[in-house]
Design a protein around this ligand. Structure first.
Ligand code: HEC
Length: 127
């Protein structure tokens, strides 16, 4: 499990720094709260999507080139699919017409709420 740095801001570290064990426990607690909290699409994107689509959505990654992702940072590309299509693609996965998996389904990993938040996040990537 990766706890991202912003979960442990300097202001917190300052106040608990003299008691390292308490500090570590607090950091874990904050991490646990963040993991159970409502959808955090940016973190989900980084953890589950960016390997193929790239942090910026342009898909300039090794995996992205291999599976031929289109450029989600392009407004024109984003106009070509509806929110509903994006939701379904993330939830149920995508296959080519001859049945090759392009993107695996994420329905076991993310709730519908998480997926809606991811669709909204994807929309912010278009320039
Ligand atoms: C294994 C690589 C891979 C991963 C990981 C991946 N995708 Fe994709 N994704 C693809 C490919 C390939 C396509 C189809 C080509 C395209 O439109 O880019 C695609 C298409 C899409 C589309 C366009 C859907 C449409 O109807 O055209 C969206 C939106 C999307 N992905 C979002 C996500 C999100 C959100 C995640 C993380 C939860 C994710 N992808 C993870 C490879 C991946």
């Amino acid at each position: 499990m990766k706890i991202s740095p912003q979960l442990n801001p300097p202001s917190l570290r300052g106040s608990v720094g003299s008691r390292p064990l308490f500090g570590a426990g607090l950091a874990l607690l904050i991490g646990a709260i963040a993991l159970t909290a409502a959808a955090d699409p940016a973190a989900h994107w980084t953890a589950s999507c960016a390997a193929c689509h790239g942090a910026d959505g342009a898909g300039h990654t090794r995996a992205g080139r291999m599976v031929k992702v289109s450029d989600l940072s392009s407004a024109a590309v984003q106009k070509a699919f509806t929110d509903e299509a994006a939701f379904n693609a993330i939830k149920n996965g995508l296959q080519t017409s001859d049945g090759v998996t392009q993107m695996r389904p994420f329905k076991d990993k993310f709730s519908d709420e998480d997926i809606h938040a991811l669709v909204a996040y994807v929309r912010t990537l278009a320039k």
